[in-house]
Write a protein that binds this ligand. Structure first.
Ligand SMILES: N[C@@H](CCC[C@H](N)C(=O)O)C(=O)O
Length: 291
């Protein structure tokens, strides 16, 4: 990619962690191999994904959003693949823009491949993001995990939810039922997810309160997934017979993830908001020539 040192920061949102690469003028050629190297937890910095920070005007995929959102979140999974959206990532991205002096505390718009997302940086440190509408896709979907040791293969019916990126939400009796998640769960029919899928396993914790595990497309099991938590909230609300569009009242669910807690609200107009922490914890440079 480059023989020069690369400046980076490290951040996380509910322990979904990211290497942040400031590249305001879009000059870096960040190849999939370079992203995988940065995200490698033994030979690299280690992360679930990379957030490249580029001015919208300087990126061909974001140029048309430049009038609305000055900055584009170029999100990559840890295997180097590109994704449309990352909910935890967009909160961390907003926190970075604030710390770097590119944004005030308050509201800011961020361009993503799934469109412009608006973030609100609250004084208490949490970040709320308007995540757009969840699309519940019709059609039966099944999620299966392979047998492991004494554990038999298991499968569950799932709800197909699109949050700008694809999700399959399966309700299980225990989070442990999903097994080690070292191998990706298999979703069928495969045609439902032509570009792969993020899979959430969900249990009830109480009224309007659930917990989940996630296996992310391109990153494996992670400690949290913001778009996944939104997909889970909407799938759970419908399962519970809760629909803000019908009552005219917003509804909030608490979604516990292995790395913390997210609050997800669905509004009567179908838009979804996510609130959670966003932390920048380190800043540095790679050794020259390493990448
Ligand atoms: N961790 C993210 C989602 C990242 C993208 C996902 N792996 C995909 O490929 O769609 C989140 O917080 O939403």
């Amino acid at each position: 990619m480059t023989s020069a040192a690369l400046h980076f920061l490290k951040g996380h949102g509910t322990e979904n962690d990211f290497v942040i690469v400031p590249d305001p003028d879009g000059l870096l050629d960040l190849s999939p191999a370079a992203v995988a190297r940065l995200c490698d937890r033994r030979a690299g910095i280690g992360a679930d994904g990379v957030l490249r920070v580029v001015r919208s005007a300087a990126h061909p995929e974001a140029r048309e959003m430049a009038g609305e959102a000055e900055w584009f979140m170029d999100y990559r999974n840890s295997d180097g693949s590109v994704a449309e959206m990352c909910g935890n990532g967009v909160r961390v991205f907003a926190r970075y823009l604030q710390l770097a002096g590119h944004a005030e505390a308050g509201d800011l718009a961020i361009a993503t491949r799934a469109g412009v997302r608006r973030a609100h940086l609250a004084k208490d440190g949490d970040v709320t993001v308007a995540m757009g509408r969840a699309r519940l896709v019709d059609g039966a979907v099944t999620v299966a995990v392979a047998a492991e040791g004494e554990r038999p293969a298991r499968s569950w019916p799932a709800r197909h939810v699109d949050m700008g990126n694809p999700h399959a939400v399966a309700f299980v009796a225990e989070l442990a039922d999903a097994g080690s998640l070292l191998a990706a769960p298999v979703c069928s029919p495969a045609a439902a997810y032509p570009t792969g899928v993020n899979v959430e396993f969900v249990v009830d914790r109480g009224p309007r309160h659930v917990a989940m595990r996630v296996h992310e497309r391109g990153s494996g099991e992670t400690r949290s997934c913001g778009t996944g938590a939104c997909a889970v909230m909407v799938a759970t609300a419908r399962r519970d017979g809760v629909d803000p569009a019908a009552t005219g009242r917003p509804e909030t669910y608490t979604v516990d993830v292995p790395g913390g807690r997210l609050l997800i609200t669905e509004n009567p107009d179908g838009t979804v908001e996510m609130t959670g922490p966003a932390v920048i914890l380190a800043e540095g440079d790679t050794a020259a020539g390493w990448l």
